[in-house]
Design a protein around this ligand. Sequence first.
Ligand SMILES: [Zn+2]
Ligand SMILES: [Zn+2]
Length: 415
Amino acid sequence: MRVRIHRGTQEIGGTCIELETEGARLLLDLGLPLDGDLSDTASHPSIEGLAGDSNLLGLVLSHGHVDHWGLAPLAGPDLPVALGAATLRILQAAAPFVPRPYVPARPIEFTNGSSVQFGPFRITAHLVDHSAYDAHAIEVEASGTRLFYSGDIRGHGRKAGLFEKMLSHPPKDVDVMLIEGSSFGRLDPDRSFPAEAEVEQRFVELFRQTKGLALVAASAQNIDRMVSLYRACKRTGRTLIIDLYTAEILRATENARIPQSDWQNVAVYVPQYQRVQIKRAARFDLIERHRTNRIFAEQLFEIAPKSALLFRPAMLDDLKHAASLSGAVAIWSQWDGYLRQDRGLALVRELSSLDIPIEDAHTSGHASIKDLKRLASAIAPKMLVPIHTYAPAAFLDHFDAVALKHDGEWWDIPA
Ligand SMILES: [Zn+2]
Ligand SMILES: [Zn+2]
């Protein structure tokens, strides 16, 4: 088997790996570069036969983050796309609400531990802990060699048990491991990230200090975070107010332990911009589906001091009209880089003009360097190739058997 990483040997985002053996090819991830655009042809990897009719047998998506699937629409509709069953449902649920929806036309669903055969390639999915729900590491066996791709992974979220289990029962006889290295250059090698449970505790403390509405900016698709938020609300007697998009994403998990729109302590508020989206997509059934705990602007005013609202900047106009912002706090619970971009800076100014302070409560979706080392030594591959990192050379100081590769080059897996 030979391997070509199209993007990711020197950067985070746009991950795409091409495999070839016995006259057949397979792709692992087909992501959008960070700040990239699907219409920008310069960002498209040169993959033969992507549009159809070739020896390219399929695309395997590790998880539902756009830096891993955002260029998948470039593939022809006939290309089978293997992905987690919940990841598929989440893509479907998000479709009416996002500017560039993507749902594969020929999906092959997998769950933890299941295998899919594509010609000579046998892939096995391993559920992992990450900030995206239903994220998987992918094991590929073909022509007597074995490749293990970590995908995006961490060991400090709500599914940390999966990480520990992988350490105690690692895949065996791995020839090449592609290992993500997001934390290099961002985190001191000896330090750890806060656990997701600590983020929940931080929410609890901030909610207790706050007299008014807590505006929590977090990704609805970060299901671990939604659980932290719900639990913190419950512990402090606050109602969690979600929008229709979030209600749909939570439903799509089909997981009885994940908070849902009809649970006690949960309310659904449909902001003006989502009413427009629903009308445009003619999806009034979604409002119907989540009507049990629906509230309107007048009720928002009443329950604000005893609530936490999953916040998006586009909601500010609704909130100003509902005049429910007295004593409010904004809690930034996602990547803080956004706050340094133009739109983020504008939001900071607007919150400041409304006398709303900004606090933070967050942890990384990616493993600390200490955890990456534990993972690599448990799997003990013959060759370790960094991917999804801005600092590949740093691996040389911390790991054994490191081989640095370049984007676009083919290389062989030593048999
Ligand atoms: Zn990810
Ligand atoms: Zn990623």
